[in-house]
Design a protein around this ligand. Structure first.
Ligand SMILES: [Zn+2]
Length: 52
């Protein structure tokens, strides 16, 4: 059983479209939608740093 750390969606087994990342205290998973949103926010932060 895996749970999306962002929206709380659950799946019996880790779908291929989900992403996992090692965080302090364990591995967190993000569903396909949240992975995309997460990536976008990371890119957004990089843009901010770039232009700062
Ligand atoms: Zn999600």
């Amino acid at each position: 059983m895996v749970t999306c750390a962002r929206c709380g969606t659950t799946a019996d087994e880790l779908p291929l479209t989900w992403s996992s990342s090692a965080e302090r205290g364990g591995t967190v998973y993000h569903c396909q939608i949240c992975s995309r949103e997460n990536l976008r926010s990371i890119e957004g932060r990089l843009d901010e740093q770039w232009w700062a």
